[in-house]
Design a protein around this ligand. Structure first.
Ligand code: SAH
Length: 345
């Protein structure tokens, strides 16, 4: 596959245009076209000869939406095809305050979490920064958004892949998405979710990017956590909590823990009590969600009742927590489910 133009920020486009011997204002046209979600051949006002030269070097279409599913709750799920034919997925969740898009950072994933559909076939490859950005540009355009009036207001890195396992491209994506004159989504409106790659959590704290750090905790002891999350054998919960404290000290931003409630694994009241002991006094929030059951996996969601009890215990114990609705459950809302069924079909 050829390179994609979406990997280039404005300065890099200026250098490219100069290198190709074109007038400097062409960089602005390219940038504006890209940020509107256009393919190269659809960018207005480019001379035909320049377009053809670009197409010799770059893919016309970085990413294409090949399927859209709409849930009864308004959530939309997309299948995207990349220029090399790989398939990834994404979600748009509609809230009162705006639209949050969930993007993928890798094709597949190598973290091996037992409850997750994204990791079923292992890691295929990393996405480039432009492939991650293109997901947002395409969905924004699909909903009539422009850089001046965005349809996508928030972005979560919670689709397929482990963002910190594709560190450089993910950080470039966050910076490029924040660029002025571009789609201009601030890191403050971006949440990065990790299964807990501790050294990279420290690196992220040094980037000067005020993204919301979210950690998939899903258990309270290292031994039990390792049953569903192999990464728990590499980094302990204590190490994760230290990395979170460092993140808070460096960025001033409170952090979030994801806790998917799985029957017989992590959802007893004893787990809730241990979680209180672990997190008490920390500048954090806990996002509870009942497991989205994945066909290929044996794990079951905790009942609604258990989930509400868990939430009540945490709240009474002084922990800031919410139980999220399972948006889009009727359209394969969990990570990787749609792609897995598409690849099979
Ligand atoms: N790799 C990153 C981000 C991707 S997943 C991470 O591990 O955080 C986004 C969130 O969905 C994570 O908290 C993940 O653990 C959770 N998740 C994955 N599969 C799920 C499922 N079937 N039901 C509920 N949550 C799930």
């Amino acid at each position: 596959m050829k390179e994609i133009l979406q990997n280039y920020n404005f300065d890099e486009l200026k250098a490219l245009v100069a290198e190709m011997g074109e007038k400097p204002f062409r960089a602005k046209q390219l940038f504006s076209g890209i940020m509107r979600g256009h393919n190269i051949s659809d960018i207005p006002a480019l001379p035909k000869a320049f377009t053809s030269r670009l197409l010799e070097r770059f893919e016309d279409c970085a990413i294409e939406i090949v399927q859209t599913l709409t849930s009864s709750d308004g959530t939309e799920k997309y299948l995207f095809r990349l220029a090399d034919g790989n398939i990834i997925e994404g979600v748009l969740m509609k809230y009162k305050y705006g639209n949050t898009q969930c993007v993928s950072t890798q094709v597949g994933c190598r973290m091996g979490c037992k409850f997750c559909a994204s990791t079923l076939g292992g890691l295929v490859r990393n996405l480039s920064s432009g492939e991650i950005l293109s997901q947002v540009l395409k969905v924004n355009a699909l909903h009539g958004g422009t850089p001046e009036k965005r349809a996508v207001t928030n972005v979560v890195l919670m689709g397929s892949g482990e963002p910190l396992d594709n560190y450089e491209n993910v950080v470039k994506f966050i910076r490029d998405m924040a660029a002025e004159g571009g789609i201009n989504i601030s890191p403050r409106n971006v949440s990065l979710s990790t299964c807990g790659l501790v050294p990279r959590m420290y690196d992220l704290a040094e980037e000067g990017l005020p993204v919301n750090l979210t950690v998939s905790l899903h258990n309270v002891s290292d031994g039990e956590r390792a049953r569903t999350m192999p990464i728990a054998k590499r980094y302990t919960i204590a190490e994760i909590l230290d990395a979170c404290s460092n993140y808070f000290n460096k960025t001033g931003r409170r952090y979030i823990f994801e806790y998917s409630l799985i029957e017989g694994e992590n959802a007893d009241i004893s787990h809730a009590r241990a979680l209180i002991a672990l997190l008490k006094g920390r500048p954090c929030h806990v996002n509870l969600i009942r497991l989205n059951e994945v066909k290929e996996r044996k794990l079951m969601a905790a009942s609604e009742n258990m989930a509400h009890e868990f939430l009540k215990t945490l709240t009474e114990g002084g922990i800031s927590a919410t139980l999220r609705r399972r948006t889009g459950a009727d359209i394969g809302g969990a990570c990787g489910q749609l792609r897995a069924s598409y690849l099979k079909g």
